[in-house]
Design a protein around this ligand. Structure first.
Ligand code: MG
Length: 369
């Protein structure tokens, strides 16, 4: 296969307006600042990638300002004027610790160029097999329970089949109970975003009666061991999210029986090659996977869809963000979306049309090399 030769690299910080504030256990966002990478190869092929970072280091250590410096100081110099594949890039940056979300942006922009050179969409290059990707809904913490019920109803009307409720200590039992009573059959789960400790085991145990498909990341964002202890005390299957930043984390969590399900956020594990390895591990161990989201824009969606097409990603993905939260889209990716389902075909991503003029208006800063 022909290697991409990168002749131009641009980093954008863009501010995308949200339809309404997004609140979780760790704070509220009013608009979405994100980083977009645009690479161009010598034949004029353009590849896009996204570092869906947040302004402050409140989700993980990684944050937008740091990501900007990491990409411009460390990653762009590695690809600038180089003939380089995504695999070579992933190998070359192995010695650089952390900064996974920033690494992912540049790597996936290279995948995007490779896909165009090979005339095969990223999901096929990655080895995906699923062509219909079902989306679930993530319902952020609302002012009251009635508002939550309203949101759940709307999400189900839009074709989203799995409902994830954000919870926090003191705001779990009544909330989950109300939703379960009104929607007895719905595929329901709770996401705690690390807001509990082992001292709260009774609160979490109380949720066992609601037949949740999983409870996501109840304990510390970097913990595996306490989750293994909790797993022995509750019936609801535990899903790890924040704790899984690599194949090695997944291996350790599975070995310790800390989870039965993993929410793979592709960018958090730095590389689509790492996503492939986690998929193989899940196949071997019988762990279920699903693709989470980090409020990515249209660009980040392409890599997430590719991940969700892999064999072990059997549960609905969080990929309807832009219809729920963003004010507008700036690509044609949504042409493949209908009633909660993305359809992957032989051209998805290859025919990506980015409205660069619209994006220019949302750009806060830009750096071109
Ligand atoms: Mg989560």
């Amino acid at each position: 296969m022909k290697k991409p030769k990168i002749t131009k690299a641009t980093l954008f910080e863009v501010r995308l307006p949200l339809k309404e504030p997004f609140t979780t256990g760790f704070g509220t966002l009013w608009d979405r600042d994100t980083l977009l990478v645009r690479l161009e190869d010598e034949s004029g092929i353009i590849g896009w990638g996204e570092a869906a970072l947040v302004k402050d280091p409140i989700y993980l250590e990684e944050w937008l300002g740091g990501g900007w410096l990491f990409i411009t100081n460390y990653l762009f110099p590695i690809i600038n004027n180089q003939e380089i594949t995504s695999q070579e890039f992933a190998d070359k940056i192995k010695h650089l610790r952390g900064n996974n979300i920033a690494k992912f942006a540049v790597e996936t922009a290279l995948w995007s160029i490779e896909a165009q050179l090979a005339n095969k969409p990223v999901w096929q290059l990655l080895g995906g097999t699923r062509t219909k990707i079902q989306s679930g809904a993530s319902i952020s913490i609302q002012e009251n329970i009635d508002k939550t019920l309203e949101k759940v109803e709307k999400a189900l009307d839009r074709g989203l089949t799995r409902i994830k409720l954000k919870i926090k200590p003191g705001l779990e039992y009544q909330l989950v109970k109300a939703v379960r009573e009104k929607f007895p059959e719905v595929m329901l789960m709770a996401d705690a975003n690390s807001s509990y400790t082992l001292a709260d085991v009774d609160k979490l145990k109380a949720l066992d009666e609601f037949n949740l498909i999983m409870i996501e990341q109840p304990l510390a964002y970097d913990d595996i061991i306490d989750h293994a202890k909790l797993a022995k005390q509750i019936k609801t299957p535990i899903c790890l999210d924040e704790s899984i930043r690599s194949f090695e984390d997944a291996r350790k969590a599975i070995e310790l029986k800390a989870c039965k399900i993993i929410n793979v956020k592709p960018a958090r594990v730095a590389s689509l090659y790492e996503v492939q390895k986690i998929n193989q591990l899940a196949k071997k161990t019988g762990i279920q996977l699903w693709c989470g989201g980090m409020l990515e824009s249209d660009i980040g969606l392409i890599a997430n869809l590719a991940s969700a097409s892999l064999s072990e990603f059997t549960l609905p993905a969080d990929i309807s963000n832009w219809t729920t939260y963003f004010d507008s889209t700036f690509t044609n990716i949504n042409d493949r979306y209908n009633q909660g389902i993305f359809t992957l075909d032989d051209a998805i991503g290859l025919d990506l049309k980015v409205d660069e003029e619209w994006l220019e208006n949302k750009t806060i800063r830009k750096l071109k090399i």
